[in-house]
Ligand binder design. Structure first.
Ligand SMILES: NC(=O)c1ccc[n+]([C@@H]2O[C@H](COP(=O)([O-])OP(=O)(O)OC[C@H]3O[C@@H](n4cnc5c(N)ncnc54)[C@H](O)[C@@H]3O)[C@@H](O)[C@H]2O)c1
Length: 315
């Protein structure tokens, strides 16, 4: 009898151990960041600075050189503030961070040893889908995929892979080293374990995560973009000047920038892209109506600060 029960107990306990291991959150150590632009470089920087080993991937060595230079300069700024009285500790921090960071132009070749892939490439559904589909074949079973997209549906990106349960959104804010927020997006298919691992990772890189379902704009942009569009409509109707609207929101609501200053900072093309995408999804939603004035400025290539002119001139 005793002989008969022992293997059963052993089998039961190993099954329990396997179940516990499967339910355990993934502690992310190795990260691959795809896209070394504004956002990807920032994400790679904060991940490396918090002790993760990071591979930053982009399309050419030239772009990656620029990303690395940007990271080095940003680290110097952070260090000046953080280690104002301890320059030696600051230099050590920079050295350690850069040691954790390598670059590559071959995503497929680096994902085999990664726990988390964070995608921060161009905001284009087809290109992102193609990338995720390709990486899905080469990344290990346990690897979590996350997108930093601002306006695309995480669910649609997840559907280009076979790991929908290990797929979520990690929406960082610009500039990444400064902004404390990360929105962690859970689709109906994201497992609780994946969600918790993404929350833990966000905290590990020094951010304050909030969670949101996979809905247009998540939390911040869902509130911010319709607010900026309403400001444009107020101006279009001739109810107030753009200068007065900006002053009103700064002095009356305590916002650091007025809506037109913010639109110019974000980029009018980016804002138009977001609102057009949401309008296509929900054509009857009055918050998502496009603006003729915004469309006109984009057509004239007045895209905001980056082109020297948007709602305001910057020359
Ligand atoms: N800029 C922002 O304020 C902001 C804020 C939050 C989220 N986002 C999101 O982050 C993502 C990236 O935005 P960004 O502003 O950093 O863009 P960016 O144009 O600065 O950088 C994108 C980088 O991706 C690279 N890239 C494009 N296709 C690639 C591919 N197939 N493989 C590898 N690299 C590729 C490009 O060479 C470029 O360096 C977008 O999805 C955007 O919606 C942007």
């Amino acid at each position: 009898m005793a002989f008969a029960t022992r293997p059963f107990v052993r089998a039961a306990s190993s099954a329990t151990a396997a179940a516990t291991a499967a339910a355990k959150k993934l502690i992310v150590k190795h990260v691959t960041v795809i896209g070394g632009g504004l956002m990807g470089a920032g994400i790679a920087q904060v991940a490396a600075a918090s002790g993760h080993t990071v591979v930053l991937v982009d399309q050419s060595d030239e772009i990656l050189k620029k990303s690395t230079k940007g990271i080095e300069e940003s680290l110097k700024r952070v260090t000046k503030k953080k280690f104002a009285d301890k320059p030696e500790a600051g230099a050590e921090f920079v050295e350690k961070t850069l040691k954790n960071l390598t670059t590559s132009t071959d995503a497929v070749a680096v994902v085999h040893s990664t726990d988390l892939v964070i995608e921060a490439i161009v905001e284009n559904q087809e290109i992102k889908n193609e990338l995720f589909k390709r990486l899905d074949k080469f990344a290990p079973e346990h690897t979590i995929f996350a997108s930093n997209t601002s306006s695309l549906q995480i669910t649609q990106l997840a559907n280009s892979t076979t790991r929908q349960d290990r797929f979520g959104g990690l929406h960082f804010f610009n500039p990444v080293p400064m902004m404390k927020l990360v929105e962690v997006i859970k689709t109906p298919m994201t497992s609780q374990k994946t969600y918790e691992s993404l929350m833990d990772f966000s905290k590990a890189v020094g951010k304050s995560p909030v969670s949101c379902k996979d809905t247009p704009g998540f939390i911040v942009n869902r509130l911010l973009v319709p607010y900026m569009m309403e400001a444009v409509r107020l101006f279009e109707r001739g109810d107030a000047s753009k200068e007065d609207i900006d002053v009103a929101m700064k002095l009356g609501a305590g916002y650091p920038m007025g809506p037109f200053e913010l639109l110019d900072y974000v980029g009018l093309d980016t804002s138009k892209y977001i609102i057009d995408g949401w309008h296509a999804l929900e054509p009857n939603n009055p918050l998502f109506q496009p603006s003729p004035l915004l469309d006109k400025l984009v057509e004239e290539k007045k895209l905001g600060k980056k082109t020297g002119e948007g709602f305001y001139k910057y020359k």
